[in-house]
Design a protein. Structure first.
Length: 97
């Protein structure tokens, strides 16, 4: 019975390629900016659907409700991400050096 890759952790090696400053990697700030931009886009689409429904340009309530729910879920996700970031920051601030 042969055991391969003993002492080799694939998670550690995978994390090494994502060190900031290397070419081709995306920073956390960039990822967060992209997520916020996507949230704005989802909210804009939901607003347009509601506006079309209010102007009677469409009678498709389903599309408007789906767009509103998608915007709500995206906003809730961003809110939870913000809460986790604040929690992590507060925990770091409590650490003694």
């Amino acid at each position: 019975m042969r055991i391969e890759h003993v002492g080799r952790n694939p998670y550690v090696e995978a994390g090494r390629s994502e060190v900031s400053g290397e070419k081709g990697t995306i920073s956390f700030a960039e990822t967060l900016k992209d997520a916020i931009q996507k949230l704005r886009e989802v909210e804009r689409v939901a607003d347009e659907e509601v506006e079309r429904l209010a102007k009677m340009e469409t009678t498709d309530i389903h599309t408007a409700m789906i767009a509103l729910e998608r915007a709500d879920l995206t906003f809730q996700l961003m809110l939870q991400i913000r809460n986790k970031i604040i929690s992590a920051y507060e925990e770091i601030m409590r650490m003694q050096v």
